[in-house]
Design a protein around this ligand. Structure first.
Ligand SMILES: Nc1ncnc2c1ncn2[C@@H]1O[C@H](COP(=O)(O)OP(=O)(O)OP(=O)(O)O)[C@@H](O)[C@H]1O
Length: 426
């Protein structure tokens, strides 16, 4: 194992390799340090959903939070937004946004920041939109409130925003209610609302999970264009590595409330170091896999209150645990990186290069994760596809990355995890 130094935070950026010019050489816009969220449940031990999570987001950067259901992605984003329930939880650490710790703001100050500085798009647009208020009025009201404008001034801006997010005939659509729009149109309307105040940070929590694949592709493309155009920073929360491949600059892989691996996207896809990341990559369905080949899921499922205090919480599901994994908690430490920013890894026994699942698929020498796991989970003992479900198909151009400096291994992987073909060979 490589000699480790403590994981360096904040991430450095480099003018030569960062694809987003507005992210270069800037201070982080958002700097999260040791964010911890504990829920107290009646008659039960406190439950730590997010455990000392630290990461940075620079202006114009898209940072992914990836992991299976229950690993703490949404709780992290709700903590940033100040949207966790008032009671029954304890939030500690720092969420520094442009020099202000959002965790220390009062409710009204935070309300003021929400929308203006930080906005969020949720998975299910119906639950975020008011069903009895026309779409246009909802967007208009956000503009009125946050930009302190009269309704007559805000309405044309709302119409323009709906046009910008690809809603056809926005003058007519302004008058429609959420139930009159399709799922994709509702998500576009929600994105328009989120953008209405020109936030500096946008958090998208699984924004395409509820949509069919064609619409998913359109929404992801729209998000990509909007952040590129405006320089808005984006936190993308997803269990889908195809989404990560298409959108993110930097990726944090979460397991049991802790970050287990962090790397620039192309480094993560080229050489996953944590067995969990490797397992997530192996569990992506591939259309080019030989007929009859089984998926390679990460065995078991995430348990509540994982034993991070005394061991590696992933050890019971790991394909290559060694003795120390059950005896000592691995720290998140820096790893050598070929790129401009350090990688970080929390693992006693990282995946060897010959066992890494990359864009080209599982290496022939590597046995299946499911069959090599020596221990099953403490919860169900069942094998479930990582990410809580199968990755779905989408047009390749969603994940092909025109912005990337070549070579970029992750730009050659499509949403099925299969190697993407160069343009001219399609
Ligand atoms: N209000 C709450 N009270 C108690 N526990 C909670 C609460 N909200 C979330 N949790 C628990 O915190 C853990 C992390 O939940 P979170 O929603 O962040 O997971 P996630 O990674 O976003 O998963 P998914 O992809 O399914 O949304 C889960 O075990 C969840 O049950």
């Amino acid at each position: 194992m490589a000699a480790h130094t403590p994981a360096s935070i904040p991430d450095g950026t480099s003018a030569t390799t960062d694809r987003r010019r507005h992210a270069v050489g800037t201070e982080p816009l958002l700097s999260i340090r040791d964010l911890t969220v504990r829920f107290t449940r009646a008659g039960e031990e406190p439950f730590t959903a997010v455990d000392h999570v630290s990461f940075d987001v620079h202006p114009g950067q898209t940072v992914g939070l990836v992991g299976e259901s229950g690993c703490g992605k949404s709780v992290t984003s709700l903590a940033i937004m100040g949207l966790l329930p008032r009671r029954g939880n304890e939030v500690t650490g720092e969420v520094m946004f442009d020099g202000t710790d959002l965790l220390r703001l009062g409710a009204s100050e935070m309300r003021d920041r929400r929308g203006r500085d930080v906005a969020m798009i949720f998975q299910d647009p119906l639950s975020s939109l008011n069903p009895v208020v026309p779409i246009g009025l909802q967007v208009t009201e956000v503009i009125e409130r946050h930009r302190r404008m009269k309704r007559s001034e805000a309405r044309p801006i709302a119409e323009e925003l709906l046009r910008k997010v690809g809603i056809p005939d926005p003058a007519r659509r302004l008058k429609e209610y959420p139930h009159q729009l399709s799922g994709g149109m509702r998500q576009r309307a929600l994105i328009a609302m989120a953008l209405a105040c020109e936030p500096r940070l946008l958090i998208a929590d699984e924004p395409t999970t509820a949509l069919d694949v064609t619409i998913q592709a359109q929404i992801l493309r729209l998000l990509r264009e909007l952040v590129e155009e405006s320089g808005t920073a984006l936190i993308m929360i997803t269990h889908d590595l195809g989404v990560v491949a298409g959108l993110c600059d930097r990726v944090n892989v979460l397991y049991g409330g802790r970050i287990v691996e962090r790397a620039d996207r192309h480094e993560l896809f080229a050489a996953p170091r944590h067995p969990y990341t490797n397992g997530l990559l192996a569990s992506i369905p591939r259309l080019d896999a030989p007929r009859g080949r089984r998926l390679d899921p990460v065995p078991g499922s995430v348990a509540d209150n994982l034993p991070w205090d005394s061991a590696c919480a992933f050890a019971p599901r790991c394909s290559q645990p060694i003795e120390i994994c059950r005896e000592r908690t691995p720290e998140l430490v820096d790893e050598p990186s070929a790129g401009p920013r350090p990688r970080a890894l929390r693992c006693h026994n990282p995946v060897a290069p010959e066992d890494q699942v990359t864009a080209a698929g599982r290496p022939p020498s590597a046995p299946s994760t499911a069959t090599t796991a020596t221990t099953t989970t403490r919860t169900t003992g069942t094998a479930t596809p990582a990410g809580g479900g199968a990755s779905v198909a989408a047009p390749r151009d969603v994940v092909r990355d025109e912005r990337a400096d070549r070579p970029d291994p992750s730009s050659h992987i499509d949403r099925h995890g299969r190697p993407d073909q160069p343009e001219e060979t399609r």
